[in-house]
Every structure is written in structure tokens, then in C-alpha cells.
Design a protein around this ligand. Structure first.
Ligand SMILES: [Zn+2]
Length: 458
């Protein structure tokens, strides 16, 4: 490559919401923005096992936007294959990434063990993509930073983390690279998040990479409290159980906060709440460490925690699964790709009294998406289960900005915008957002293609 040239290659998160990885190359340096694992469709998941497109040892640094697995979950694989650079992130993201990577490794180890024991994998033996030990080995590469401070990555690249309002610690990246300003959105939260502060807005960009998870949709304008109260009350009156598959970080704390408010306002009966998510419990503890990053007081967090029954081990899960009295159970994983929620579904999804409440984006190829799309059965643990429980979803609890909120997030940008890339969205969402941004701002927009090199001469 010649001097004064930047090359961007989307190695994931292009025309899909998963596996976010953007390779940025200059004449002298190679960095990766986010390093996500592919989840969802099998054709995508298989990419986690393919050889990486460049030698990981040649990547100088990884810059993370936030701790979700589709943005950080591939780091241990890269490190196993020779990556030895620094991994930059915000201070809460470091704690949460450690938590989420260890959980991912543990689930993979358990799944491989179960698959080998019960022979429900085609692979013999089934192996985890990485282990807890692999995760321990990458932690030394992490360097964490405050938001709103410029950080020198190398002699060509500086970055600044800005609040993104998506999950605790989530940030978008303002980058100065060879005198050009590039903004990478990561995932952008809603305009008025429940427990986080609203996203900051970028004010200058020559190049922009923006997510488009909900690029073709507007979240329903509803009263979230009333909507949730109605679902809980209807299920309670039927004598049923509300099962909420939930992302451990962010959504779980929002749900507990909301349910707490509903009880306080007596909008719902005093139905017991169970949190069966060791990661959700730890994520709540991490929130307490970073009061500047969210709106909840220590007192509020402690109060919510005191009213939540936490499931400490698998033995308690099995006992709770057998107890058919009305309750609310929040358990991982958010898209039903694995985790404790499966044990509740196994015993409760075939009963019309119960409710499965979906509260976040459900990617293509996940069991959550099948439920969302009205499937009559789902398969897990090597068996099919008929879906007789009520399936509801609440998009107002989404952690992602919708189309109008993304357009609004861009509204303060000044200066010459040379190019906008739309990533992190399924094809229709990305395409619709492209048209909307072009119409609104007149910028040159393109839907990012996977593995296609985009070269700019500055
Ligand atoms: Zn995210």
C-alpha cells in the first residue's frame, strides 16, 4: 500500500448483525475495530472456524466498541492464532468483556462435553471454539480508557471514546487517522434509554461506519410500563409463568428495574421474580462500580437486587423448573441460542398458560427468531418441543436505536463527509437506512460488503 491510503475491510457485521470486525490498514499499521463472534445462522457460525483472512500476528491492536459477544467474542481465537497487540476499550467494557468471554467459553466447553456424551454433534469429538483458559490468556492484552479522552494508538491513529447509550461502557469511536476523521458507531442505543444516558452525537466525520440493526423500522410508540404490566398480569391470571430470555448485560437490569417500578405502582401483583443468570448477577455488580455510566443510584440497584431471587446453581434451576406456581423468570440467553432458559422452555413451553416474552433483537437463525416468526416447534437438546405457550415481544425494550433515532444521531455532523458505510444490519435494514441517509443528508452511502476491500486515497 502507498502512503496516505486507508483500506477498510469488513470481515463480519456486513449485511448481517453478527461477527462485527472491521480491518483498517494504512501503509504502516493494521488494526481491527471490534472482533466479534458470528452467531445465528449455521452458515455464519461456521465462519468462526475458518482460517482468518490475514495473519493475526500482523494486527497491531484491537479497538472494541462494547462487550457484546458479536463485537468481542472472537478475540480468544485471534490470540490463539498469534495476535499479541493491545486491546483498547472503555473501563466498564473491560470488566464486562472478561465476564462475557468467560461465560461464552464455559458454555462452549459444556456444550461440547454434552454433545460428546449424548452424541448429538456431527463432530467427533465436538470441541469448543475456545476455553476459559484461552480467555484468561487474553486478559493481559486489555488496556482500558475513560471516555472523552484522546488516546494515541500509534503515530498515525488516535481515538476517542464517546458514550453510545447501548449497554454499560458502550462507546462509539471518533478516530483521527492520517488527518481524516472516521467515526465507527459500534451499536447505538435509543434516544431515551431506561437506565443509561442517551448517546452522544458525533460532530465531525469525513468517513462514517454506522450500524443499521433497525435501519428499516421504528420501535412502537407505546407505554413500556403498561405493555409489560399487561403481559405479566394476563399470564398471572392464567396461573402461568412468564419466561423472559434476556441478554445478561443491560436488558436484564432494565427488566428488573421496570418490574420493580410496576410493583411499586401496584400495576402488577406481587409475583416473585427469579433471575437465573450468573452473568446477569455479575453484570449488576459491575454496574455498581461505574455510577458515572448510568442513571441508577446505588440505593436503587440494591433495592432491585433485594427483591430479586437469584438462582445460584444448576440444582436450584432444576428445582425451580419443577415448581409450576406463577412467577417471572429471567434467564439467558437473549436469543435462546443456549443457556439456562432452555431448561425452562423444555418443561414450560408446551403449556398455553405460560408466556415467553422476547425483549431484544432476534437474529436470523436463532431459536428466538423462530419463536418471533411464529414457529410451532423448536429444537434443542437434540429434541423438538411444541410451542403452546403465548409468545410476545416488546421492541420498546430494545437496546438499539431505530431508524429515526439513527438519523437523529447523525444530525450534528459537520464538515465534508466523503463516504458512509452501513454495516451491522440485515440486507433490508441496511439498504433502507442507506436510502434514508442519502435522502436526508445527501452523503455518499454504501452498504458494506463482507470481505470487500474499500481503499481511499487521502
Ligand atoms: Zn451490542
Amino acid at each position: 500500500m502507498i502512503n496516505d491510503t486507508i483500506k477498510l475491510t469488513f470481515l463480519g457485521g456486513a449485511e448481517t448483525v453478527t461477527g462485527s470486525k472491521i480491518l483498517l490498514e494504512t501503509h504502516q499499521h493494521t488494526i481491527l475495530i471490534d472482533c466479534g463472534m458470528f452467531q445465528g445462522l449455521k452458515s455464519l457460525r461456521l465462519k468462526n472456524w475458518e482460517a482468518f483472512s490475514i495473519d493475526p500476528g500482523k494486527i497491531d491492536a484491537i479497538i472494541l466498541t462494547h462487550a457484546h459477544l458479536d463485537h468481542c467474542g472472537y478475540i480468544p481465537v485471534l490470540a490463539k492464532n498469534g495476535f499479541k497487540g493491545e486491546i483498547h476499550c472503555t473501563i466498564p467494557t473491560k470488566d464486562l468483556t472478561e465476564l462475557i468471554l468467560k461465560d461464552s467459553a464455559k458454555i462452549q466447553e459444556e456444550d461440547a462435553e454434552a454433545a460428546n456424551k449424548y452424541h448429538y454433534s456431527k463432530h467427533n469429538p465436538a470441541k469448543p471454539l475456545y476455553t476459559v483458559e484461552d480467555v484468561e490468556n487474553v486478559l493481559r492484552y486489555f488496556v482500558s480508557h475513560e471516555k472523552n479522552q484522546w488516546i494515541v494508538i500509534n503515530d498515525e491513529i488516535k481515538i476517542c471514546y464517546r458514550h453510545a447509550g447501548h449497554i454499560l461502557g458502550a462507546a462509539f469511536i471518533e478516530m483521527k487517522c492520517l488527518n481524516k476523521k472516521i467515526v465507527f458507531s459500534g451499536d447505538i442505543g435509543r434516544k431515551n434509554p431506561l437506565i443509561l444516558y442517551p448517546p452522544d452525537k458525533p460532530t465531525e466525520a469525513n468517513y462514517l461506519v454506522t450500524e443499521s440493526t433497525y435501519g428499516d423500522r421504528l420501535h412502537a410508540v407505546v407505554n413500556t410500563e403498561n405493555e409489560l404490566a399487561e403481559i405479566i398480569t394476563k399470564t398471572y391470571k392464567r396461573g402461568g409463568i412468564v419466561m423472559i430470555p434476556s441478554f445478561a448485560i443491560g436488558r436484564t437490569q432494565e427488566l428488573l428495574y421496570l418490574i420493580n417500578i410496576l410493583k411499586e405502582k401496584q400495576k402488577i401483583a406481587d409475583v416473585p421474580i427469579y433471575l437465573d443468570s450468573p452473568m446477569g448477577i455479575k453484570a449488576t455488580e459491575i454496574m455498581l462500580k461505574y455510577p458515572d455510566w448510568h442513571k441508577l443510584s446505588d440505593g436503587q440497584i440494591h433495592k432491585i437486587a433485594s427483591q430479586t431471587n437469584t438462582i445460584k446453581d444448576f440444582k436450584q434451576t432444576i428445582e425451580l423448573v419443577k415448581d409450576k406456581s406463577p412467577k417471572i423468570v429471567i434467564a439467558g440467553s437473549g436469543m435462546i441460542t443456549g443457556g439456562r432458559i432452555l431448561y425452562y422452555l423444555e418443561h414450560l413451553i408446551d403449556n398455553e398458560k405460560n408466556t415467553v416474552l422476547l425483549v431484544g433483537h432476534q437474529s436470523e437463525g436463532t431459536r428466538g427468531r423462530l419463536l418471533y416468526d411464529g414457529a410451532h416447534e423448536i429444537k434443542f437438546h437434540g429434541k423438538y418441543f411444541p410451542i403452546k405457550a403465548q409468545v410476545c415481544s416488546m421492541s420498546s425494550l430494545s437496546g438499539h436505536a431505530d431508524q429515526s433515532e439513527l438519523i437523529d444521531w447523525l444530525s450534528k455532523i459537520e464538515g465534508k463527509m466523503t463516504k458512509v458505510f452501513i454495516n451491522h444490519g440485515e440486507a433490508q435494514s441496511a439498504g433502507t437506512l442507506k436510502t434514508k441517509i442519502t435522502d436526508q443528508y445527501g452523503w455518499d452511502c454504501e452498504v458494506a460488503k463482507m470481505n470487500h476491500p474499500y481503499i481511499f486515497n487521502l
